[in-house]
Design a protein around this ligand. Structure first.
Ligand code: ATP
Ligand code: MG
Length: 434
């Protein structure tokens, strides 16, 4: 039997992939993680890591029983002790669970946390949708300030600018507080009920359970009906309205372009006030790259302190895919700076010791042990774009004089044996600057 990955998951590999699968190359992921971590530091976020599985109840309580995620997408199982556990479908609930459990609120009045890692959802397999996918998320707990909503939107905006992503739109909306949402929900159901039979099957079942979700239905028939539906922001109470105005004001101050989308609602129950999404023009149907919003009720709902919070999550596959489509640049895949080819046992011993010393100086180097024909090794070095190659034979050892070959020009540079480390250090420095 031959084994393959289960449906909906993928490997991230160091090998060169076909053009449509470039996003699965591991050095691209490294680059993205580096960028995310660097930006997190600049924006004052600290990393938090939670387990991959949690008690199932955490997700049904926070995300909501009537959401798609909890209803049909969770990987839920019973462990040998009879406990119901679920692979995390998202990161916010576990982070808030940890925040409450570890009493992190006591340390400060404002907390900025980020996480990254795989999430799991049993979704229908389609382009841009996986059953294990990676998210990066950031959360700010403690303050209700609209500037913090904007700091998060700015984080995402700056990230995409740094990565060179274009053709993105930031959509924002406000879904108010629980009370005004309840009033709106009633008005929406009243409006939609006479059209019930014309709605898509999914939307018909949402009409009772989760009618707001009908607003972001992708079905053209649904969209035709919802075009004239009552508008959420008309139902906002005064403080939510004011908060929304402030968010827009601070976005304008930072000159961040946005559009107000009155049909934008989020699929998770815990959001209130500001919600936002970043949509790519290049990803087809599943084009939302980042999504977030305020969730001022969640901590209290999870029996924690009554503290407001705001956050977002980005899908890393979709970022890398959009970067591919837009031909964004990535740093070159790292390769050894130097390949040493010893001829015979004494030369291997010298090279082997040099290798250790080079690596102690963080100079990426290799010794070729293949005993293949020189021609083949040189061809391999060329294909891998290794910049320097050194053939070490008896003559070089006797004279303690090495010959460093520059692969790009074919020139050979003499280097004293005891000068190799220093020489390579300088070459590494130059390579980093170029
Ligand atoms: P969608 O509307 O695409 O179903 P969602 O509302 O379920 O998205 P969130 O839970 O807000 O998505 O997750 C935030 C981001 O994570 C999404 O914008 C997307 O980039 C990514 N994401 C969500 N589900 C998947 C998946 N199954 N495969 C790949 N990426 C995903
Ligand atoms: Mg979804």
């Amino acid at each position: 039997m031959s084994y393959s990955t289960p449906k909906g998951v993928f490997d991230i590999l160091p090998t060169e992939e076909k053009p449509e699968n470039k996003w699965k190359e591991s050095h691209r992921w490294d680059y993205l993680f580096e960028q995310l971590k660097e930006l997190s530091k600049a924006y004052g976020f600290e990393e938090i890591s939670t387990p991959i599985f949690e008690k199932s109840e955490l997700f049904s309580r926070s995300i909501g029983k009537e959401t798609d995620i909890v209803n049909k997408e969770m990987y839920t199982f019973e462990d040998k002790g009879g406990r119901s556990l679920s692979l995390r479908p998202e990161g916010t609930a576990p982070v808030m669970r940890a925040f409450i459990e570890k009493q992190m609120a006591q340390a400060s009045y404002c907390h900025k946390l980020f996480y990254t890692g795989p999430m799991f959802r049993y979704e229908r397999q389609q382009a841009g949708r996986y059953r294990q996918f990676y998210q990066f998320g950031a959360e700010i707990v403690g303050l209700p300030s609209p500037q913090l909503d904007v700091e998060l939107i700015d984080f995402v905006y700056t990230l995409f600018q740094r990565l060179g992503l274009q053709n993105l739109t930031i959509h924002i909306n406000s879904i108010g507080n629980k009370e005004c949402r309840a009033a709106y929900r009633k008005a929406l159901v009243e409006y939609l009920t006479p059209h019930k039979n014309s709605l898509s099957e999914d939307s018909q079942s949402r009409l009772e359970k989760n009618p707001l979700r009908i607003l972001d239905s992708k079905s053209p028939a649904d969209q035709k009906i919802t075009a004239n539906a009552p508008i959420l922001t008309d139902y906002l109470e005064e403080s939510s309205k004011q908060h929304f105005e402030e968010v827009k004001k601070w976005l304008r101050i930072l000159k961040i372009p946005f559009v107000v989308s009155d049909k934008l609602v989020r699929g998770l129950d815990y959001y209130n006030r500001t919600v936002f999404e970043v949509v790519s023009g290049d990803l087809g149907a599943h084009n939302t790259i980042a999504a977030g919003g305020r969730y001022d009720y969640l901590l209290k709902d999870l029996n924690g302190p009554d503290l407001p919070a705001v956050g977002f999550a980005v899908g890393l596959e979709r970022i890398l895919q959009a970067m591919d489509t837009q031909k964004c640049s990535f740093p070159h895949k790292p390769v050894p700076l130097l390949l040493m080819i010893p001829l015979g046992e004494p030369a291997t011993q010298v090279c082997f010791q040099l290798l250790k010393e080079l690596r102690l100086h963080n100079i990426p180097s290799e010794v070729d042990y293949s005993e293949k024909k020189l021609k083949n090794i040189m061809r391999y070095a060329d294909k891998k774009s290794i910049p320097y190659v050194m053939i070490v034979g008896e003559e070089e050892l006797e004279e303690e004089n090495l010959k460093l070959k520059h692969m790009s020009t074919g020139e050979t540079e003499p280097v004293k044996l005891d000068q190799l480390i220093l020489t390579m250090k300088n070459k590494l420095h130059d390579a980093k600057l170029s």
